[in-house]
Design a binder for this molecule. Sequence first.
Ligand SMILES: [Zn+2]
Length: 408
Amino acid sequence: MKAAVATRAAVYALLACGWALAAWALAGSVVPDDLSLPRVNVDATFGGDLVSRAERYERFLYVDWALAQIAALATLWVYAKRGTRFIRESAAGPIGTGMFLGMVGLAIVWLTQLPFSVAALWWDRRHGVSELGYFEAIFGGWLALGGTFVAVCVALLVVMALARWLGSWWWIPGAGVFAAIAALLIFVSPYLTEGLEPVKDRRLQQTYERYEQAQGVDDIPLRIEKVSGDTSQANAYAFGMGPSSRIVLWDTLLDGRFSNREVDVVLAHELAHHSSNHIPEAIGWFALFALPGAFVLMLATRRRGGMGEPAAVPLALLVSAVFSLVVLPAQNLVSRGMEAEADWKALQTTRDPAAARGLFEEFATTSLGDPSPPTWAYLLLQTHPTLAQRVAMTDAWQARRRSRALSP
Ligand SMILES: [Zn+2]
């Protein structure tokens, strides 16, 4: 008995060391450690009117988000207490029954979230941020919703099978399997995304290829996605991995509201996500969060016979939801670090701080984003540095270049 306790302690200590080492390795960034961001006068930079309009717009969405979280957690809490009743109605074996309970739970939560997503859409449409129809918004995402159902089903299948086989040790290989599933989904997603068009603008393509060379990556296809019928917001993203790597610009970015130089900053920023390996790094972080997540799940479900028993599944859904919410600030911190690195690399590539500044100022208008949100919203919801911080970084980059030019 004593030997077993000692083995357990040794495994935990080893895992904790490995975790810390991996986190340290993943947290590296090209943004200079000693970079201090100057204070930005938000009203003067973005315009007082726009700032107060953006604050009012975002406030509603904050409340909506908070209420949606409360509704989801309350529903899952009730489901964790009462959901096991459905076991009697299942004719499947324990794993099949567990997956059935998972699907029922997910469907109930999806229903509770509907009023909040409809309210957010109503607010977006009212402010001209979205032109999406209600029907389209609710059912247009069926592919993503179907994907979530399949992912939860597969995750339950793996976890329950591992738990029945390995008992309370399932969480270590389980976290690895979660990360492998995430990596697979990220790898295939560009092949499953329809409606991405090649670039017709020669200037854009040539600039893009020059930046590819500058950042030491090649042959990452640049694609345009038509979203102008659904939204006036401007965006771009990098996705896929290795041969499936892609960079996508929304066509709203190219409708004349942004100058060529501003679009170039976006190109360099998105390219930086690939040249800095942010996507494999994100999978690494996912694995690092999955490990304690699976551990907590194992501990929490012990009273219900462990994750091998279908009775544990409704409780597991609640625990997973609470865990995701608790680690949200840490995940956003990681994401903001990568975004800051991409901004820095974009400045190094374009050497055009004026264009970067212009881009961030314009984003406040096109997305009605609060340039300097309240701290709690910053911690819980901001995956990017705030627009004020992004403007401050362009100023810091410029100041640094000037001081370098002056020093002998
Ligand atoms: Zn980015």
